[in-house]
Design a protein around this ligand. Structure first.
Ligand SMILES: *Cc1c(COP(=O)(O)O)cnc(C)c1O
Length: 387
């Protein structure tokens, strides 16, 4: 299982100090209130990074838990919910909405682009009676990045709450929760944070807290009910035994980001992503997207005569490299280069690009130049837009 080079868009590589933090001896997190202080400080550090004063919680469950918990906590039978769909996770939100009795209205667009706020506004002018909207920041299967800074304030203007899946972008792309009016921002431990899989991050705005209090019916379920967290700190009470070792690992991963500085972290994602995209194109392969590229993952089309699965199988067999294809309709069409978190570093991506280049050559695709040479050329030229 171990000693492979894993370069997927989550789970990502976990740094040694994070792995070791999970091995430190612990206390009883239910009884010893020191844990409650520790938990709160970890949540506050996350709030600092994602720029919010909202309550932040860490839930015991992988990213999907956050998506379901947000929908479970807000949806009452018959509520109209706008599902913004320009990707597989975007579309998938509808399942959770329906499960809890919501009535889904889709705003569906091409999967090759980010959502245009002018199109969304034209739609909202005609129909805006929604309790909340769901949208995805980076939709990982295709790598599209939606511009939350435009979309969330627009939805807010129409009185629509927003649930945003930032699992694949939080800590790898800029996220300004308060300024952008993101009501619920969801993150996971195993993507750009580079902590082990198993934890969800949720930030909850006052408007969400109000909406949860104003429900006419009770939330179906307990584990997914976000309102049970509201007074955890005052009451020194958790709804279930917290996975203390996992949270100690996550806290160390947060410290790694704070130590490096979030701007620097975002910069290295941007540099690697831009150089990857440019070099792939010049090399002679197509990117799946036309616009709206996320800096956390690059999705590359693989010619049909090779096949994406064939390529990733080859990479694993010959070079011990674990690379992902994608989901559903894309499963044999594209590969995903997961340059996020600890993997968004030069020393990590260089061998990966070399292996991809070599495997493609052996499978019959002749690139224009060595992929890594093209990458290095563009890497030295990248102009950063994030500060
Ligand atoms: C990874 C991810 C999740 C969490 O899903 P898992 O497949 O269970 O890891 C949710 N949303 C997005 C956009 C993701 O990339």
């Amino acid at each position: 299982m171990n000693n492979k080079l894993v370069y997927t868009p989550g789970p990502t590589e976990v740094r040694e100090n994070v792995r070791l933090a999970r091995a430190i001896s612990t206390t009883n997190p239910d009884i010893d209130t020191m844990f409650c202080e520790f938990y709160k400080s970890t949540c506050e550090k996350i709030g600092e990074i994602i720029k919010t004063k909202n309550n932040v919680y860490i839930l015991n469950g992988e990213g999907i838990l956050g998506l379901e918990a947000a929908c479970a906590s807000l949806t009452e039978k018959g509520d109209r919910v706008l599902v913004i769909d320009n990707g597989i996770f975007g579309r998938g939100f509808a399942d959770f909405v329906k499960m809890y009795g919501g009535e889904v209205v889709y705003f569906s667009k091409e999967y090759t682009k980010d959502i245009n706020e002018v199109d969304l506004e034209a739609f909202l002018e005609k129909d805006n009676n929604f309790k909340y909207a769901t949208l995805v920041h980076c939709d990982t299967p295709t790598g599209v990045l939606n511009d939350l800074s435009k979309l969330c304030p627009l939805l807010k203007k129409y009185g629509i709450l927003t649930i945003v899946d930032s699992v694949a972008s939080m800590f790898g792309e800029e996220l300004k929760v308060d300024e952008w009016k993101v009501d619920i921002a969801l993150g996971g431990s195993q993507k750009a944070l580079s902590a082990p899989a198993g934890l969800t991050i949720v930030s909850v705005s006052e408007d969400i807290e109000y909406a949860m209090k104003s429900r006419k019916t009770q939330v179906t379920g307990f584990y997914c009910n976000l309102s049970i967290w509201e007074n955890y700190y005052n009451n020194k009470w958790f709804p279930y035994t917290m996975p203390i070792s996992d949270i100690m690992g996550l806290d160390k991963a947060i410290d790694n980001i704070l130590e490096e500085g979030i701007e620097r972290v975002l910069n290295r994602h941007e540099k690697i992503a831009k150089a990857t995209r440019k070099s792939i194109k010049e090399y002679g392969l197509d990117l799946y997207l036309e616009k709206g590229y996320s800096n956390t993952v690059t999705v590359v089309e693989i010619p049909g005569y090779i096949g994406a699965k064939n390529l990733t199988d080859y990479l694993l067999r010959h070079y011990n490299l674990v690379l992902a294809t994608s989901l559903d309709e894309y499963s044999d069409k594209v590969i995903r280069i997961g340059h996020m978190g600890e993997n968004a570093k030069l020393e990590k991506i260089i061998p990966v690009l070399n292996f991809i280049d070599e495997a493609l050559r052996r499978l019959g695709f002749e690139g224009k130049d060595r992929l890594v040479d093209l990458f290095n050329k563009y890497y030295s030229e990248v102009k950063l837009i994030t500060k």
